[in-house]
Design a protein around this ligand. Structure first.
Ligand SMILES: Cc1cc2nc3c(=O)[nH]c(=O)nc-3n(C[C@H](O)[C@H](O)[C@H](O)COP(=O)(O)OP(=O)(O)OC[C@H]3O[C@@H](n4cnc5c(N)ncnc54)[C@H](O)[C@@H]3O)c2cc1C
Ligand code: FES
Length: 494
């Protein structure tokens, strides 16, 4: 059977200089603020705190900057498909304006740090286009232009879309940008340590509890702090539960070699479902095109490999691409009102406990705004975005939906080499994976977050949880939370 093309891994990690190694946490420490997670939110918050003269320790479960942020399409834009008409109609002009302002500030701040810190991350100015092939949708694009204009954002509808296939027109936001997020976050991490901050990698936080104020515990040590920032993409602990207020969404992403980036001079996303999003960029060997396919629920699809095959077909039908280089999955969390959840969920009972999640796949600008806002809040500064992002605001209770494993098989014999499947074994379910050489490996199929049964992702070779988006490596170790602990070993002798 023909599998998906390309090597597994994010193109953004290829060709960046080897990052500084930050040793894991060892022993007990005390500081003013501990940040859990070194993605765009955590590193932004940490650097801002240091700029304001405040000490910080960052605890990162894997390597800094290489998870959701480092696997994104890395458009730095206030154009979040069609959102401003929707926000004005649903949450009002004031909050829609706050959303526009927060994201404008987030985007501007990224540019400022790139210049001030001299970060080489392939920052390129581009227009952002939301395009349609349906002339009847132009009215929606016009409505978005009017809404954006009311909020102070420059926008237009253009019939002249710089794409090599026919469209009916596009919403264009000029003055946007794109970059390499891994290189950018390596730059932020360097700036954090240069200013006296400490980053501990391979330091997964296993527990958060109250000490004099807060204590974050890893396998190697603990940090006590007055403030804790849970910047783990999905919260690993929070005074107000976020699992039911969010919904994980996953995408397949592919990078292709292209001969000439000028045929696609912009950053593009479809106005309609299914969503396709693409942009050009560079790796060490030349120009690339990065394309993202339709979203699906993490762990809700038993054949993710087929999604990559379909994405490649779509790309080759529409765009002049060469070899498929890299492919990977990435996930983020949606909220019912399309606005992130950032700040102190319960400042009365849990002062100094800050979270950031629910970026609706627009967390480069929103995530930067979130990190800045949290750091400012720790320093006692007010923020015009606090109400907008309020993580405890009322939200519909029926937004989240759990899912079932898509990998149930009748017997181990049904699991081919290189594949995983879930079998019922007495009262339990076992996640079985067969090595390429035929050896079977058994783990409990119960996600260590709240016990849902995982699905085998046949493209990434991971175990993905269909409830709140935890992702485990084939050996059961945690790649993405909210789970903090690996899948448990399971006794299974066939
Ligand atoms: C396919 C895709 C494309 C996207 N493209 C764009 C785009 O073009 N523009 C845009 O604005 N947004 C985009 N986004 C959204 C954006 O990438 C995210 O919203 C943003 O990067 C989230 O940042 P973060 O800091 O929350 O997460 P992360 O970057 O994942 O950082 C969280 C960190 O916390 C660590 N961590 C987790 N648990 C623990 C623990 N227990 N202990 C210690 N550390 C822990 C993780 O290892 C990770 O490094 C995209 C999202 C997806 C899915
Ligand atoms: S992520 Fe919550 S049960 Fe798996």
């Amino acid at each position: 059977m023909h599998g998906p093309s390309g090597q597994t891994g994010s193109v953004w990690e290829q060709g960046v200089a080897a990052p500084e190694i930050h040793p894991p946490l060892a022993g007990s420490h005390r500081t003013e603020s501990v940040v859990v997670g070194a993605g765009i939110v955590g590193l932004t918050a940490a650097l801002r705190l240091l700029e304001l003269g405040r000490p910080v320790i960052v605890l990162e479960g894997l390597r800094a900057g290489r998870q959701v942020s480092g696997r994104s399409s890395a458009k730095i834009t206030t154009q979040h498909r069609l959102i401003y008409r929707h926000l004005i109609d649903t949450v009002g002009t004031e909050r829609a304006a706050a959303y526009a302002e927060a994201n404008s500030c987030g985007a501007a701040h990224i540019r400022r740090w790139i210049v001030e810190l001299g970060i080489g991350c392939d920052l390129e100015d581009r227009s952002a286009y939301t395009y349609t092939q349906d002339p009847e949708r132009l009215v929606d694009l016009e409505a978005e232009v009017t809404a954006a204009g009311m909020l102070g954002l420059a926008a237009e509808v253009t019939r002249s879309v710089p794409l090599p296939f026919a469209t009916a027109g596009a919403l264009r936001f000029p003055g946007q940008a794109q970059f390499n997020p891994v290189a950018y976050l390596d730059g932020l991490a360097q700036a954090v340590t240069a200013r006296g901050g400490r980053i501990c990698e391979n330091s997964r936080v296993l527990g958060v509890d109250e000490a004099a104020r807060w204590r974050a515990t890893t396998a190697g040590g603990a940090v006590e702090a007055d403030n804790i920032v849970i910047a783990t993409n999905m919260t690993i602990k929070t005074p107000v539960g976020m699992a039911k207020r969010t919904q994980p969404r996953c995408h397949g992403v592919m990078a292709f070699r292209i001969a000439d980036a000028s045929a696609m001079d912009g950053m593009f996303i479809t106005a309609e479902e299914p969503t396709y999003s693409f942009r050009t960029g560079h790796d060490q060997s030349g120009p690339i095109l990065l394309a993202l396919g339709p979203h699906f629920g993490t762990g809700h699809d038993g054949d993710v490999a087929a999604r990559f095959i379909a994405l490649e077909k779509w790309v080759r039908t529409h765009l002049p691409v060469g070899e498929a280089l890299w492919r990977w999955c990435n996930e983020d969390y949606d909220t019912a009102d399309r606005i992130p959840l950032v700040g102190e969920p319960d400042p009365g009972k849990a002062p100094g406990f800050h979270i950031a999640t629910g970026f609706n796949a627009w967390g480069i600008s929103n995530g930067t705004a979130a990190g800045l806002m949290i750091a400012d809040s720790i320093c006692g500064r007010s923020s015009p975005w606090r109400e907008l992002y309020d993580p405890a605001r009322p939200l519909p209770k029926d937004f989240h939906r759990d899912g079932e494993s898509q990998s149930l098989v009748d017997s181990p014999e049904a699991i081919a080499p290189g594949v995983g499947g879930v079998i019922v074994h007495g009262d339990d379910k076992i996640a079985l994976r067969r090595d390429d050489d035929g050896t079977l490996h058994a783990l409990s199929a119960r996600c260590t977050h709240k016990g849902c049964i995982v699905t085998w992702n046949n493209a990434e070779r991971t175990w993905d949880c269909p409830c709140h988006g935890s992702i485990f490596a084939a050996d059961g170790s945690v790649i993405h939370g909210p789970a903090r602990k690996p899948l448990e070993p399971a006794g299974f002798d066939g």
